[in-house]
Design a protein around this ligand. Structure first.
Ligand SMILES: Cc1ncc(COP(=O)(O)O)c(C=O)c1O
Length: 471
């Protein structure tokens, strides 16, 4: 047997050794893929706030928001302190024979912060688990008598088998077995929603047990209109359909209200899901919160009390971290921070779209979550595309990936700014800084993007392809 590695040994591994271990024991293609976009050649030493420090001392401004996880920034001091205190107390992580005061308190706090009778919570560990928990709850509420669940045509609800079968993003492109009875309608399109309801009309009313919907799609950076959301709510009430809002990404202030749906007073889903920054950037915790009557009818009897659970549900340090993450989001008014970021960043991006109108097709977004859609049509790209292997050329999103990937690459290589691009039906450059970001950091990002866009699509892609060829 080869020597076992401990944490200190990890910190001494070189990048080549990490590549080698990944290739042998994790995924060769993951190493190749990250390399194809110009990443994966450096290791991180540490990260704090909006900044990542690499092993060679280079500092990188992180405008990815950790794909939704890092609203509090990296290693927020209050989050670290809460976790250290919990460890010092030798507190207990898991036991099924004792009730947890932390789970009780976290569920109480969510009920206090969410509107209406969204009062009963369950805390698994990932976004997909929260979504699947909500789906099971809705199915059980109807006693198994209804068989259809609706989602949208640009949905992203996770990649587990259940959540994945409700995900319409091209990211999930293999025909895995699906939940039975899924059907979809066009995002933010009331006619399409009504047609979907019609398809599943029954003599008693409807066969639909749940509608799962992102009021703001983080992966496509598009939001539903208030009119649409209120109409969906009304139709779900009329037909006794459980309405699930998936706010795994947008929860805890990201778009300028505590949850995105809360920008519309009186609009309340039957279940809301959350994750990502709920764990303060440190804990893998998610949750769903359900309206009380729904939960009581579905599970509130002794026979069904443990029908849905997971081993790590309500794990100690995860829950204590979420308690602190929520307290920070409320006390430091993350929704107001997001609105401020939205103004400064939104105005800056609109100006850049104006200045670089041949390259920037559109900008969308709100609060701390924006998308920059780049124009991938220039004919000068044809020559470059022809140079690529045939397997690449078959990808219908290749041109958009090349242009947006080239911008992400140039921001990182030339300006020490980290961004990423979405992988839904559009491929926007996603701009989602931590909500603790300062004005000067927003300005730094905007100046960097201005300078990158100045180069134009053809030069950016040529440099990107050349660099990949020589890597
Ligand atoms: C809206 C939404 N729902 C669900 C998920 C799935 O979460 P996880 O990757 O933790 O399973 C995501 C992840 O990005 C998401 O953005």
């Amino acid at each position: 047997m080869s020597e076992l590695l401990d944490a200190q040994a990890c910190e001494r591994l070189s990048i080549d050794e990490v590549h080698d271990l990944y290739r042998r024991h994790v995924s060769r293609s993951q190493v190749s893929l990250i390399g194809a976009f110009g990443f994966g050649r450096e290791l991180v030493d540490h990260a704090e706030g909006a900044w990542i420090t690499l092993r060679d001392g280079r500092r990188v401004l992180d405008f990815t928001g950790g794909v939704g996880v890092l609203s509090h920034g990296h290693n927020h001091p209050r989050i670290l302190a809460a976790r250290e205190r919990f460890a010092r107390r030798r507190a207990m992580e898991v036991h099924k024979n004792f009730l947890s005061p932390y789970v009780a308190a976290l569920a109480h706090n969510l009920a206090a912060l969410l509107p209406g009778d969204l009062d009963i919570a369950y805390f698994p560990n990932s976004g997909a688990e929260a979504v699947e928990g909500a789906v099971k709850l809705a199915y059980k509420y109807h006693g198994g008598r209804r068989g259809t669940i609706l989602h949208t045509d640009i949905s992203f609800h996770g990649k587990l088998l259940g959540a994945g079968s409700l995900t319409a993003s091209p990211e999930v492109h293999f025909p895995y077995p699906r939940l039975p009875g899924t059907d979809h309608f066009a995002f933010d399109d009331l006619d399409s929603f009504e047609l979907a309801l019609d398809r599943h009309r029954t003599r008693e009313g409807s066969d639909v047990y749940a509608v799962v919907l992102e009021p703001f799609s983080a992966s496509a950076v598009r939001e539903c209109s208030e009119e649409f959301l209120r109409a969906v709510r009304r139709r779900c009430d009329e037909l006794d359909i459980v309405l699930v809002f998936d706010e795994v990404f947008t929860g805890w202030g990201r778009t300028g209200t505590l949850f995105h749906f809360m920008r519309h007073p009186g609009l309340i889903p039957d279940v809301v899901t959350m994750s990502k920054s709920f764990g303060g950037g440190k804990a893998s915790i998610s949750g769903y919160v359900a309206r009380e009557p729904l939960f009581r009818r579905a599970y509130d009897n002794l026979a069904d009390a443990t029908l849905h659970s997971t081993t790590y549900y309500g794990f100690g340090e995860e829950t204590v971290t979420a308690l602190e993450a929520v307290a920070i989001a409320v006390e430091d008014d993350y929704p107001a921070r997001a609105r401020h970021i939205g103004e400064r960043l939104g105005q800056g991006l609109a100006k850049l779209a104006d200045t670089h109108s041949t390259l920037v097709a559109a900008t969308t977004g709100r609060g701390g979550l924006h998308g920059v859609f780049l124009n991938a049509a220039p004919t000068r790209l044809d020559r470059l595309v022809r140079l690529l292997p045939a397997s690449f050329a078959r990808d219908p999103q290749l041109r958009a990936k090349l242009v947006t990937g080239a911008v992400v690459g140039a921001l990182y290589r030339d300006h020490d700014v980290l961004t990423y691009f979405g992988s839904n039906h559009g491929l926007p450059l996603i701009v989602a800084p931590p909500l603790i970001v300062e004005d000067r950091e927003i300005d730094l990002f905007l100046a960097a993007l201005d300078s990158v866009l100045d180069k134009g699509a053809a030069r950016l892609v040529a440099a990107f392809v050349k660099e990949r060829a020589s890597a």
